[in-house]
Design a protein around this ligand. Structure first.
Ligand code: KET
Length: 479
């Protein structure tokens, strides 16, 4: 066995010049840190530590000796490999739940994350999901690995759910897909595959779900934005949206929210979707639909798939990522699917093979339980009907809360217009509140929503709606 010393020395010889430069720079700041620590201002100095170049990260990650790694990160004084790890900011959405849970104010409200609550503010498990689980439990199934592409029957059902039972390309096997770690996992895998096959950038709407940006950046893509929403009129900025699509380089990938746009709650009309489809076709774009709320826009999952189905009928070769977190209430089960429409069955299988190449070293294969639940429901017409009713029930409750919240704000005599709350659809109200107002809402009233003023209507209930309205009125009108 070679000694750790000689091992680490050998490994150091293979470290790339960028890494060596980082180590030198880091070593310099280490001595500064050591001095500054004694002077009590460690934090600021640590924050100035040089960013590790990605080429350096690659070298560190693959070096054969742990002593090399220690040497790379270690502080001269403490010897800790974690010395240079500064505290990262909390996640803008999930971090709100963490803060909410720590808050001991009795009337606190979490309208941050898009997770459905029943009218008593409790997480809601769809009764049809409970039924399916009972049946699954009786089957005494094993816990073997899934295949890399997940459960084939789940994927079949998921594809029928979004493309439609009668979709011609589905019947011709020109559509194929894989099970993913919910919507997020599917977005990341597709981002990586795009990057691998030559895409340098992706277009996302402005604004979009905040996590789209780090997902695609981490997948190696430059994230570009197209105009989507007009803050003045609180509505879709359609003419600028079309102009921006026309200006995209040929062949670009464009991310579209299939329905219930997050965070704005404003979707194109069917006529506007048609125009988007036409312009996308002229520019030979690759439309990539993020379908995270199918069923939550209109309450009817079939209607909510209209844009996806229109694009397929128009002859686009699209990709779709689906999440079953919201519509089936399976948030923590991480159930999703990623699929593509190709020219031939052979082509669709080739794409799937590449998706698998990215999944395997990433998380190997997806979890089974949630996929079994969705399959069980969608395989049975009765259960599917129950699902449709229960999903409709969730969408209707949210709709009712929109009307109540808007009316409560109007009754309080708010000087602002709150029309948009009832014009918008899906889980969120994009309130138009400023960052300062959102912070005041949190600090004075213990109401947690995202800094862009997005309120998850799924967390608004008959019990807290009045409190929320008064608080919003307080921070917007009375400030
Ligand atoms: N796409 C969109 C548009 C989206 O809003 C979410 C989740 C996802 C994908 C990912 O869902 P998954 O659970 O990975 O299937 N949005 C909510 C939750 C979150 O931020 O993770 C939200 O915006 O609150």
């Amino acid at each position: 066995m070679t000694s750790a010393v000689s091992n680490s020395t050998t490994t150091m010889m293979f470290i790339r010049p960028a890494t060596q430069a980082y180590f030198r720079q880091a070593a310099n700041s280490c001595s500064t840190i050591a001095t500054a620590t004694r002077g009590g201002s460690r934090r600021a100095i640590v924050a100035n530590a040089p960013a590790l170049p990605s080429s350096a990260l690659a070298s560190v990650g693959t070096s054969s000796s742990s002593s090399t790694q220690r040497r790379g990160f270690a502080d001269a004084t403490t010897g800790s490999p974690w010395e240079k790890f500064t505290m990262a900011p909390p996640d803008p959405i999930i971090g709100l739940t963490e803060a909410y849970l720590k808050d001991d104010f009795p009337d606190k409200v979490n309208v941050g994350v898009g997770a459905y609550r029943d009218d008593s503010g409790k997480p809601f498990v769809l009764p049809v999901v409970r039924d399916a689980e009972r049946e699954i439990n009786l089957e005494n199934l094993d816990h073997e690995y899934s295949g890399i592409a997940g459960c084939p029957s789940f994927v079949d059902h998921a594809l029928k759910f979004v493309y439609g039972e009668n979709s011609a390309p589905l019947k011709e096997k020109r559509i194929a897909g894989v099970q993913t770690l919910s919507g997020t996992g599917g977005l990341r895998v597709f981002g990586e595959v795009l990057n691998r096959f030559g895409h340098k950038h992706i277009y996302v709407p402005n604004p979009t779900w905040g996590n789209h940006i780090p997902i695609f950046t981490n997948a190696g893509l430059e994230v570009r934005k197209y105009r989507y929403y007009d803050n003045e009129s609180c509505s879709l900025d359609f003419s600028n949206l079309i102009d921006d699509i026309k200006a995209m380089p040929e062949g670009s990938c464009i991310l579209l929210h299939a329905c219930a746009h997050n965070p704005t709650g404003m979707d194109p009309t069917l006529e506007q979707w048609k125009e988007i489809s036409n312009v996308a076709m002229e520019k030979n774009l690759l439309p990539f639909f993020d379908s995270a709320y199918q069923g939550f826009a209109s309450g009817d999952a079939r209607k909510d798939a209209a844009a996806v189905r229109m694009f397929v009928e128009d002859g686009h070769k699209i990709a779709v990522v689906q999440s079953f977190s919201k519509n089936f209430g399976l948030y923590g089960q991480r159930v999703g699917a990623l699929s593509v429409v190709a020219d031939t069955a052979d082509e669709s299988q080739r794409v799937v093979s590449q998706l698998k190449v990215h999944i395997r070293p990433n998380y190997s294969n997806p979890p089974r339980h949630g996929a079994r639940i969705v399959s069980k429901i969608l395989a049975c017409p009765e259960k599917t009907n129950d699902f449709v009713d229960q999903c409709m029930g969730m969408a209707n409750r949210i709709d009712g809360m929109r009307t109540t919240l808007r009316k409560a704000l109007e009754d309080l005599g708010s000087s602002r217009s709150w029309d948009h709350i009832t014009k918008q659809i899906g889980m969120f109200a994009y309130s138009g509140m400023s960052k300062d107002e959102v912070i005041a809402l949190r600090e004075k009233h213990h109401i947690y929503c995202t800094l862009d003023g997005r309120i998850s209507m799924a967390g608004v209930t008959s019990n807290n709606v009045e409190y929320i309205a008064r608080a919003i009125y307080d921070v917007t009108d009375k400030k």
